[in-house]
Design a protein around this ligand. Sequence first.
Ligand SMILES: [Zn+2]
Length: 94
Amino acid sequence: MSAHDMTRFVGWFDDPSQTEPVSQPQFPGPCIACLQPMSEEDVRTINLMWADRKHGLSVFYRMHRTCAVSMSDRERNAYDAVVLEAMPSLAGCR
Ligand SMILES: [Zn+2]
């Protein structure tokens, strides 16, 4: 998946004082896990702190609540890892 495609799933803040994200995925948009549309009734937002603190970023992405609960912790962690790995190029840091 290209970095550009990731913006369909991922949003972020680059300053802790921001009340609106720099970029946010369209909602309702596709679930990062099954790629089917989400709804207000079936969505979970996952918030992550990006490890590169010098940019002060926090990151979020969404998936179906039903997809999230059907996964193992290991599978959920794999999505976290994909999102965090994409962040430097999404945020223009490299
Ligand atoms: Zn899903």
